[in-house]
Design a protein around this ligand. Structure first.
Ligand code: CA2
Length: 153
């Protein structure tokens, strides 16, 4: 049987502030998996999709901006959970717009069922799309959607 092979893709996965605490606090909202476990699941999903996944977490807006700038030429797409910076950061939005790499926004919780201040995303207008509310599945679905978008574009 003939194997389907795709051109290699590298995807930058960005996790924003406080997501390093996953699995240790607030499991009712964010689930019981740690960030390391989520990254392992993403890497396994990447293998299935023939895409290399590189996860980075930072609590610092400037580091996230620098990491987005450095993605140019190294990665074909970005999967991002910007955490609380989703609702505050024009700088992250401008960085994504500047590098112009296809970006998918994900959230563990459904931000539209929560406090009003979480209903607005600065990232959404510069993203290909957004997946919110499916726990770790938001990340896995987001990775699938991004890879599909990159391969069909
Ligand atoms: O639902 C999401 O994925 C969020 O991006 C998570 C952010 C929140 O500010 C967004 O509105 C929605 C918060 C991440 C905080 O993660 C924690 C993990 C464990 C314990 C406390 C916080």
């Amino acid at each position: 049987m003939q194997e389907l092979t795709f051109s290699p893709l590298s995807i930058l996965v960005l996790h924003g502030p406080n997501l390093n605490l996953l699995g240790q606090r607030e499991p009712g909202i964010y689930g019981s998996l740690t960030l390391i476990e989520i990254n392992r699941l993403l890497e396994a999903e990447g293998l299935k999709l023939q895409a290399k996944v590189l996860p980075v977490q930072s609590n610092h807006e400037g580091i996230l901006v620098d990491t987005i700038h450095e993605a140019l030429g190294k990665y074909q797409g970005i999967l991002i959970n910007a955490g609380a910076y989703t609702h505050t950061s024009v700088a992250l939005r401008d960085a994504i717009a500047a590098v112009n790499l296809p970006t998918v926004e994900v959230h563990l919780s459904n931000i539209y069922r929560r406090e009003d201040f979480r209903h607005h995303s600065y990232i959404a207008p510069v993203a290909v799309g957004q997946i919110s509310g499916f726990g770790v599945q938001s990340y896995l679905l987001g990775l699938q959607a991004l890879v599909h978008h990159l391969r069909s574009g």
